[in-house]
Design a protein around this ligand. Structure first.
Ligand SMILES: [Mg+2]
Length: 218
């Protein structure tokens, strides 16, 4: 089957690799555990407080800024977001992620593809390298940029890079909020999920594993 899509936009975490069975999302992975521990160390050093106080600051910011720690730290403590992200998210991805030959083959068969991740660039670069797919994408957009999912500008920037209308693109993501953002600008959507769930109207297709995209896109 031919595909009407000329551009496939991929999320990274939970999309281009699966979370372990005991993790339900990125925040429950060991990767995020390491990131959180880096964050508490960073807050302690940078603000000049002990570990317990730093941990309490993390909790407060996490709740107040809905998990957007870097933004909260910047707003409340005037520490640049970029500095926080590059230090705290500097995690060795190869400790957690291994290349998958079938996923590499699938990606190789898709002609035009981009990454749109909300994770910081330092993590995206490290993860793509660990998965050995860092040379495979025509365009990589990360959470280190000003426009991030689910804001329309993040999706529109990619479309304009390729000079394509929304209807020519399809977005693959494991996060419903980010698929809604894609649909809001007119991009078709694929949810990656192993759960049996009623699909909201902004989800066009659902697959339980990225390899099932073969049927849909090739
Ligand atoms: Mg994801």
């Amino acid at each position: 089957m031919g595909t009407p899509y000329r551009l496939v936009i991929f999320d990274l975490d939970g999309t281009l690799y699966e979370f372990p069975a005991n993790a339900t999302n990125f925040k429950t992975t060991k990767i995020y555990g390491e990131i959180k521990s880096n964050a508490i160390k960073f807050i302690g050093l940078r603000i000049g407080v002990g570990k317990e106080a730093a941990s309490a600051i993390w909790d407060t910011i996490n709740a107040k800024y809905n998990g957007h720690i870097a933004t909260g730290i910047e707003t409340e403590y005037h520490i640049p977001r970029g500095e926080y992200l590059s230090k705290v998210w500097d995690v060795k991805a190869e400790t957690y992620l291994k290349p998958n030959l079938k996923i590499k083959a699938l990606l190789a068969a898709i002609s035009k593809k981009a990454i749109l991740s909300s994770a910081p660039k330092v993590w995206v670069d490290s993860a793509l390298k660990a998965l050995e797919i860092d040379k495979m994408f025509d365009y990589v957009a990360t959470g280190s940029e000003n426009s991030r999912k689910p804001h329309q500008a993040a999706y529109l920037k990619i479309l304009s890079h390729f000079d394509l209308p929304p209807k020519a693109a399809i977005m693959i993501d494991d996060d419903l909020e980010f698929l809604k953002g894609a649909k809001d600008v007119g991009i078709d959507t694929v949810l990656i999920s192993k759960r049996l769930e009623a699909l909201p109207p902004f989800v066009d297709y659902k697959v339980s594993n990225i390899l099932e995209l073969r049927k849909l896109l090739l």
